[in-house]
Design a protein around this ligand. Structure first.
Ligand SMILES: Nc1nc2c(ncn2[C@@H]2O[C@H](COP(=O)(O)OP(=O)(O)O)[C@@H](O)[C@H]2O)c(=O)[nH]1
Ligand SMILES: [Mg+2]
Length: 201
C-alpha cells in the first residue's frame, strides 16, 4: 500500500463565485447557502484517487478582486490551484484571468497545476459565459477545465479529483495510457519510416 500523499490546494477567485460552497460540498457533502465571505478557512480531507490516498489540505481563500495583492502565503507550499469563476458573472471571468497572471508572476513558473472551474452552472437563465469560452481560456493556460454546481456533490468531487490529476501529472505520474514513447524504425532499403508506440512500464 503506497503512503498517503500530502497536498495543499488553494481555491481562488472573485467574491461570491462559490469557492466556499464548492469546498464545503466536497468536504462535508452538503450545500451551505450562506457562508461568511470574509473568512479564510482551511479544511482537511482524505481521498483516494486511482488507488493512491491523498491527505488534502484545502485553503478556501476569502476572495480576491483584480486589485488584490496576493498574500505570499498563497504561493508558499501550495501544490495546486482551483481557479473559480461563476458562469453567471462576466466580472468574475475577467478577474480570474488577472488572478492567473498574478499567480504565475508570484510563483515564478510558466505552469502550475491548475483547474479552471466555471461554477453555478445550475443557473441556466443567468448564464453569461459559455462553456467554450472557459475551455478556451483553460487551454491557453495549459490547465484543465470543467463546469460545476456547488449544489451537486458529484461536480464538487470532480473539481478536486481534477486538480489531484493535474498535480500528479506535474509530478510525472501520468496515467499509464499516456506513458507512450514513439520510436521510428527506418528500413535502409526503403524510404518509408514506420512509427511504433511503446508503452513504458
Ligand atoms: N445556484 C447556485 N448558487 C451558488 C453556487 N455556488 C455558490 N452559490 C451561492 O452563491 C453565494 C456565494 O457563495 P460562496 O460559496 O459564499 O462564494 P465565495 O465568496 O466564492 O466563497 C451563496 O449564496 C451561495 O449559496 C452554485 O453552484 N449554484
Ligand atoms: Mg467564501
Amino acid at each position: 500500500m503506497p503512503q498517503s500523499k500530502y497536498r495543499k490546494i488553494a481555491v481562488i477567485g472573485y467574491r461570491s463565485v462559490g469557492k466556499s460552497s464548492l469546498t464545503i460540498q466536497f468536504v462535508e457533502g452538503q450545500f451551505v447557502d450562506s457562508y461568511d465571505p470574509t473568512i479564510e478557512n482551511t479544511f482537511n480531507k482524505m481521498v483516494s484517487v486511482n488507488g493512491q490516498d491523498f491527505n488534502l489540505q484545502l485553503v478556501d481563500t476569502a476572495g480576491q478582486d483584480e486589485y488584490s495583492i496576493f498574500p505570499q502565503s498563497h504561493s508558499m507550499d501550495i501544490h495546486g490551484y482551483v481557479l473559480v469563476y461563476a458562469v453567471t458573472s462576466m466580472k468574475s471571468f475577467e478577474v480570474v484571468q488577472v488572478l492567473h497572471d498574478k499567480l504565475l508572476d508570484m510563483v515564478g513558473k510558466i505552469q502550475v497545476p491548475t483547474v479552471l472551474v466555471g461554477n453555478k452552472k445550475d443557473l441556466h437563465m443567468e448564464r453569461v459565459i459559455k462553456p467554450e469560452e472557459g475551455k478556451k481560456l483553460a487551454d491557453s493556460w495549459g490547465a484543465a477545465f470543467m463546469e460545476s454546481s456547488a449544489k451537486e456533490n458529484e461536480t464538487a468531487v470532480e473539481v478536486f479529483k481534477q486538480i489531484i490529476l493535474e498535480m500528479e501529472r506535474a509530478d510525472g505520474n501520468v496515467p499509464s495510457e499516456d506513458k507512450k514513447c514513439a520510436v521510428i524504425l527506418t528500413d535502409e532499403r526503403s524510404t518509408r519510416s514506420q512509427w511504433i508506440l511503446l508503452t513504458l512500464p
